[in-house]
Design a protein around this ligand. Structure first.
Ligand code: AR6
Length: 169
């Protein structure tokens, strides 16, 4: 059984085997949690991302996929970068957001990670409504078979924390 925990705060301050980044397909950094992870984690993360681009993801990491790098100076062994979908009013992209959680846990299993911290993927710059993002995140983690013992959702503000808490109860 995987235990789900909720924390309100900055994911770059967390200690975990793996910290998940809400990246974009370039893997070269950006704003939001991605910017914060690269800033606090230092240049080793970007160097690994550049290697991955050169070896596997010249066209970018597809939406819904996940890949691991060093965690640099973060208090973790790995950063797992996943690319969430942008929210669309025309098209249901829920399966892609669910895939981010499933694929991140699959990568975590490959690495042997037992504790994994997730932000609310797609719920910032990519515009996903927080309540729905929380529903998909919690449902998908509950439905995924994994050896990860603790999934910790690290929510930046109280609104996000409450949305997730409402799904856990
Ligand atoms: N710790 C925890 N959560 C955070 C932190 C932090 N330090 N900083 C922001 N959040 P976002 P997305 C929350 O925008 O929507 C980047 O430019 C934030 O409040 O980081 O998947 C990438 O390069 C929100 O609830 O990711 C992509 O281009 C959640 O994390 C794009 O943004 C996700 O917000 C990805 O957009």
């Amino acid at each position: 059984m995987t235990t789900i925990r909720l924390v309100q705060g900055d994911i770059t301050r967390e200690s975990a085997d793996a910290i998940v980044n809400a990246a974009n397909s370039s893997l070269l950094g950006g704003g939001g949690v991605d910017g914060a992870i690269h800033r606090r984690g230092g240049p080793a993360i970007l160097a690994d991302c550049q290697k991955l681009r050169a070896s596997h993801y010249g066209k970018g990491l597809p939406t819904g996929k996940a890949v691991a790098t060093t965690a640099g100076d973060l208090d973790a062994r790995w950063v797992i970068h996943t690319v969430g979908p942008r929210y669309s009013h025309e098209e249901d992209r829920s399966h892609l957001l669910a895939s981010c959680y499933r694929e991140s846990l699959r990568v975590a299993d490959e690495l042997g990670a037992r504790t994994v911290a997730f932000p609310a993927v797609s719920a910032g710059i990519y515009g996903w409504p927080m309540d729905d993002a929380a529903r998909i995140a919690v449902e998908t983690v509950r439905e995924t078979r994994t050896a990860v013992e603790e999934v910790r959702f690290v929510l930046f503000d109280e609104t996000a924390y409450r949305a997730f808490a409402g799904r856990i109860a």
